[in-house]
Design a protein. Structure first.
Length: 649
């Protein structure tokens, strides 16, 4: 075993010798910057520039022991005065112009004896020639030096700080986070059992590398995390490092670049060396999609330097120093949605794809977020998490947490407990933003148009269920409507909206896609029916853009109306685009005509509900269907809901 005590003593002596040597060198440097060493005279010397001391010689002539003139022909002659009853020697420095007058008017005119100081005497009395402020010369020269070189010194201090603390692109900006400082655990991943199994498998591979080595698998287990934003990729990297009890170094893909050529490469190499110095370590590169783009497409030869450096570090064949370094990268894109470099993808033997939570996982997530609050903050008896989970489809865990936090803010503001109604309002605030009734209060004609437009969307949403002859309660159950509003939304620049719950993404059929297009056309069709073809407003612009995108998907990309199943976007032959455009126009005209015909059948109901909507500004789902039920019972010729739906010819 090494003798740590003797080693400590040796290091202590080394540091002491280094400190002494540094002090000596510093003293030599300071001495070299000083003026010539002072000569200690038998009498102390007092330096001055006060000319009145010379004029006083007339009155004190009898007390004068001697008077010398030093360097009388220089720009600043010096008068050396010694009185008999005073121990100090006075040295008065005067300008040459003043010296001529003083010599003539004071010394010669009053016959005061004086002599010229000889060079030999001055050589032995060097202190006489020092300036009055000689004791401050060193600090004055130092201050002048600092003033002249202030910018350079600031840059030097900045670089020293950058090397110590780190700046993006210098490779030192990513500190090493010890496992005990990492927060959370794998249990914080609510649901996601498929992802947890993948992580458990990855953990087993890292812990038992010898077993995998027997299968000739000895490369580092580099990990690629992909999936939508807010699904927990960044947190997973921290959980994994904490569970493996290894430190973590985190960096951003964009943060690697310093703006200097080679900055990203230097940063990666510095991070890698820092990780190797830790032994076992996890390097996490967040938002790293730019490093996975295909190389060789840039015009500058250094565009791919950072990616090439990462490829070399990931290869794992340079040396054994990085054998225990695990690379984890996260990106919102994967090779299915974005073209990526094949060489880079091959170096990641483990790929974990995150997904959005399903309904049961959303319910569990909401419950976890609400359980973190005090019991008195949540009204559990008025909370239907199944309903909230249903209307928040396609929301990531991060967005669900944002909805819960927004509900807390509303609850605090209104001094209420969090319940289903408050969570729905919070979801609306997150999805829509702030609404303002005053903006449209004095715009009656515009509000009427908006009400008709939004009701057109609503009726085309429930149109498929009405055509099936479903009872009104079943239509209500299947409708995704949350509310219809004629309040303005600054975020959307709209004077009204229909808020609907999201649906879990699924495999939509041609019929469902057509229903989506007809629902989007519902607003403009309602405007045309009530105001005529020339009365359509520009408020339908966003609806038409979305409908066009759906039609393009159906006609040009999926060839849903043709036996030839090809994606026309891959072709640029002359004539092909015109044919596809013609087919798209035909389908748009057909679906819009069907929508307009349906709106004509619902016109009486739209006009009746419009009046109530204008009075109340907002109608909830319950209020809309209550009005529908009331209108149905008053119509003698409509005993069944199916009779509400118009017939297509």
């Amino acid at each position: 075993m090494p003798n740590f005590s003797s080693l400590a003593q040796s290091l202590k002596k080394s540091y002491l010798r280094a400190a002494i040597f540094s002090a000596v060198v510093l003293a030599i440097i300071i001495a070299s910057l000083q003026h010539e060493p002072k000569l200690i005279l038998s009498s102390p010397v007092v330096q001055s520039q006060d000319i009145s001391l010379i004029t006083k010689l007339v009155a004190k002539r009898s007390e004068l022991e001697y008077l010398l003139l030093a360097q009388p022909l220089s720009d600043f002659p010096r008068y050396v005065i010694k009185y008999k009853d005073q121990p100090q020697i006075l040295v008065v420095k005067v300008p040459s112009t003043s010296h001529i007058n003083l010599e003539r008017e004071v010394l010669l005119k009053n016959d005061i004896p004086y002599a010229i100081a000889q060079p030999e005497w001055l050589l032995n009395h060097k202190e006489v020639l020092q300036d009055p402020s000689s004791q401050n010369d060193f600090w004055q020269s130092t201050g002048a030096f600092l003033a002249r070189n202030a910018i350079g010194l600031l840059l030097l201090l900045f670089m020293l700080f950058a090397l110590k603390k780190g700046l993006p692109g210098l490779g030192f900006a990513s500190p090493v986070i010890k496992p005990e400082n990492l927060k959370g655990s794998m249990d914080d991943l609510v649901g996601m059992e498929d992802i947890k199994r993948e992580v458990a498998h990855l953990e087993d591979m890292i812990r038992h590398r010898d077993i995998y080595k027997s299968h000739n698998i000895d490369k580092p287990f580099n990990v690629m995390l992909t999936g939508p934003a807010g699904t927990g990729k960044t947190k997973l990297a921290g959980y994994l490092a904490k569970k493996l009890d290894i430190p973590l170094i985190q960096a951003s893909g964009s943060g690697l670049e310093s703006g200097l050529v080679g900055g990203g490469s230097k940063a990666l190499n510095a991070i890698y060396k820092k990780a190797c110095a830790q032994g076992r370590c996890l390097i996490f590169l967040d938002e790293a999609q730019t490093l996975f783009m295909p190389r060789g497409r840039g015009e500058r030869k250094w565009d791919d330097d950072t990616a090439n450096t990462l490829l070399g570090l990931l290869d794992g064949i340079k040396s054994d120093e990085g054998r225990d370094v695990i690379w984890v990268v996260a990106s919102n894109f994967d090779e299915c949605s974005t073209e990526m470099d094949e060489a880079m993808l091959r170096r990641f033997t483990v790929k974990i794809n995150f997904r959005l939570p399903n309904k049961s996982e959303r319910r569990e997530l909401l419950q976890v977020f609400l359980r973190r609050k005090d019991e008195k903050c949540v009204a559990w008896d008025r909370l239907d998490l199944n309903y909230v989970a249903e209307i928040t489809a396609n929301l990531s865990p991060a967005l669900l947490e944002a909805v819960v936090e927004r509900a807390s803010m509303i609850a605090i503001e209104e001094n209420k407990q969090i319940d289903s109604e408050l969570l729905c309002r919070a979801f609306e605030r997150c999805a829509i933003g702030l609404t303002d009734r005053a903006m449209s209060a004095d715009k009656d004609k515009q509000r009427e148009r908006v009400a008709l437009h939004e009701l057109g969307h609503f009726f085309m949403q429930i149109d498929p269920f009405l055509r099936q002859g479903l009872p009104l309660n079943q239509v209500k159950a299947q409708s995704s409507l949350l509310k219809i509003s004629t309040e303005s939304v600054s975020k959307l620049g709209a004077l009204g909206y229909v808020l609907s719950a999201s649906h879990d993404n699924g495999l939509q059929t041609l019929e469902e896609l057509e229903q989506d297009v007809m629902q989007l056309y519902g607003g403009v069709a309602a405007e045309e029916f009530f105001y005529g073809a020339r009365g359509i407003s520009i408020g339908s612009q966003n609806d038409i853009q979305k409908a066009t995108a759906r039609l393009d998907l159906m006609v040009n990309q999926l060839s849903m109306y043709s036996h030839t199943k090809i994606d026309y976007h891959h072709f640029h032959r002359e004539g092909t685009g015109d044919d596809a455009l013609h087919q798209l126009e035909v389908k748009s005209d057909e679906l819009y005509s069907r929508t307009l015909q349906a709106i004509k059948g619902y016109a009486e109901l739209i006009a009746a509900i419009k009046t109530t909507l204008l009075e109340r500004y907002v109608l909830s789902k319950d209020e809309v269907f209550a009005l529908l039920d009331e209108l149905m019972t008053t119509r003698t010729n409509a005993p069944h809901v199916a009779q509400l739906a118009p017939t297509f010819h």
